[in-house]
Design a protein. Sequence first.
Length: 163
Amino acid sequence: MTDGSGKEVFESGAVQGDGAILGNDNDADAAKFEPHYVMISTTEQVQICEAIPEDTDGRLATTLLRAAGHAKDNRLLPPGLDKAKAVAGIGLVGEAREDADLTGGGDVVRHTVNVGDAKGSSRSEWSCGTSASRSGGLRITRRSAPLSSTVLAGTVGRSPTLR
């Protein structure tokens, strides 16, 4: 998020030059992963839509052949898929399953941020896709609003709204 002059006032999940996502817990410790968020209020909180496999002992699996299930799966659902009716193995795992805003076709992640003494309009950007080091699409959505807005609802798969 930037203020009217283009000065950054908040950023969560910046993609670094090597493709790593700033704030991703898994980059710092292979036994951890970034949880699913409904609300983001600090730069250390990063919404990463991903499947995290685990082995039969509940440890994170980095080799596909050792994967026996998922510790987390908050990948975006295709339009029309009802997560409550999805068969086992298809759908969400972990906190994402309880996220009422994560539905077939998109998700809403609210941001409550302190913009300090920034004035004027803000510009916010959301991206949905893969990080720079991986192949895949990247979608950027831009939205402007007065900085007096304290809750920003960034939607993935739908148009963003300011509240």
